[in-house]
Design a binder for this molecule. Structure first.
Ligand code: RAT
Ligand code: ZN
Length: 422
């Protein structure tokens, strides 16, 4: 038999090869808050939206003693100017979210050194929304993004009921926070929309909630169903939240072959005065996820937890349950020091069987910095891990590295949720 001439990657070439493959790989960003162009005012982009990102609003109030309500009463452009002055002019923008803005400007070929807000505004106002989305996706190396779609938000519901989504790059997710965390008020909304639920979660309510879930999964073609849960979340629990998970969501997910994403550990509104910026983090109970995975072996769970302290336990749990897929370095974990630590730990315990990152972008342009920063860290970790392999005498081809990265940044998710990767 003829011996094939296989080209192996040397230690010297490894960094360059990794960089090339990282640039070429097509990413699925599995959790964002961005929207297609057709969702008009929900589809945020541009410098003022970037500056008023709630991560930066929280940082602004570290330096400003302005009255909270007075700040939010200002027009967005004025809020943006105040944040620019405090975080970029009066202080050096070393925080991760502030640096992110500079990465975006830099990748768009704007003059970062000029510190010229009006020039940046001029640039963004010259852009076309439609073309710009394409440009951002290309710069970030993104193939598709998964949205967070809230049927209980009146504006968003309006778009689903009128235009819907025709942009195939944007995939939908049915997000159910109000149903699980505030059943009483949510039940009234469901009644308004023609679902005969009652204030107690009786048999009739359960079957009507299931009908609502099925209708919305179909309406938006949801890739999965998701919820954000506070640190005290437990499973099983004898609450309307626990019953709704057990008797409505998981049976419907099972029936429709949908994964259920749990984002656990967000403490809502610890300082309501700063609005969406006012949530915090608390340690959660990983045993809740263990109990879910064991009780529902035919269901799939996508899980991310917000507290750094939960990460090791969660990694070990994922070694025990193949119906559990960990994803992302969520929100307060999205700092280089933590991303690197988590990515190394996850890789050392799970190989490539996790989704290393999601962007959580709220403003389309943020895809650029979130992925650029994360890719640098991923490449660092990959270099060390592959080099360790080469040091043992193991050989690797470019094709094998491409295969690993394509799985890691895309196909692993698609295979897990049981949908075709296109
Ligand atoms: O990271 C964020 O932007 C948070 O405000 C939340 O949106 C969080 O990611 C969530 O999905 O609840
Ligand atoms: Zn999010």
């Amino acid at each position: 038999m003829m011996k094939m001439n296989v080209e192996h990657v040397s230690t010297e070439d490894l960094q360059t090869v990794l960089g090339e493959i990282m640039d070429a790989v097509e990413i699925t960003d599995i959790h964002t808050h961005i929207y297609p162009e057709a969702f008009k005012e929900l589809s945020l982009w541009g410098i003022d939206e970037l500056l008023t990102y709630h991560y930066l609003v929280a940082e602004y109030f570290r330096f400003s003693d302005m009255d909270y309500d007075a700040f939010f009463d200002l027009p967005k452009s004025r809020q943006a100017e105040l944040i620019w002055d405090k975080l970029f002019v009066e202080n050096s923008p070393v925080s991760e979210a502030a640096r992110g803005l500079l990465t975006i400007l830099n990748k768009l070929d704007l003059d970062v050194a000029a510190r010229d807000l009006s020039a940046y505004r001029k640039y963004f106002s010259s852009l076309n929304h439609h073309d710009y989305i394409g440009k951002v996706f290309e710069l970030a190396g993104i193939k598709d993004v998964v949205m967070t779609n809230d049927p209980f938000d009146d504006v968003e519901r309006g778009f689903w009921e009128s235009v819907g989504n025709k942009d195939a790059r944007f995939k939908a997710v049915l997000r159910l926070d109000p149903l699980l965390n505030d059943y009483k008020n949510t039940s009234r909304r469901l009644v308004e929309w023609g679902y005969a639920v009652e204030e107690t979660l009786n048999d009739k309510s359960i079957s009507e909630i299931k009908r609502f879930l099925t209708d919305w999964v179909q309406k938006i073609d949801a890739l999965y169903v998701a919820v954000s849960l506070p640190p005290d979340f437990f499973y099983p629990e004898d609450t309307s939240r626990g019953r709704c998970i057990n008797e409505c969501i998981l049976p419907i997910c099972k029936e429709l072959g949908l994964s259920f994403a749990l984002m656990v550990g967000a403490k809502p509104a610890v300082n309501p005065k700063i609005r969406v910026a006012g949530s915090s983090v608390g340690k959660s109970n990983v045993t809740a996820i263990e109990n879910l995975c064991r009780a529902w072996p035919d269901n799939k769970f996508l899980v991310t937890m917000l507290s750094r302290e939960n990460q090791h336990e969660l990694c070990i749990l994922a070694r025990k349950f193949r119906n559990l897929l960990l994803f992302g370095c969520w929100w307060f974990l999205n700092n280089p020091v933590i991303i690197e630590d988590m990515t190394r730990m996850r890789m050392e315990t799970l190989g490539f069987s996790f989704v290393p990152q999601h962007s959580d972008a709220r403003v389309i342009d943020q895809l650029i910095y979130k992925w650029s920063h994360s890719k640098t860290i991923m490449q660092k970790v990959l270099f060390d891990k592959y080099k360790d392999l080469l040091d043992t005498g193991w050989k690797l081809t470019k094709e094998e590295i491409s295969r690993d990265l394509e799985n890691w940044l895309g196909k692993t998710f698609w295979n897990f949720i049981g949908r075709e990767y296109r």
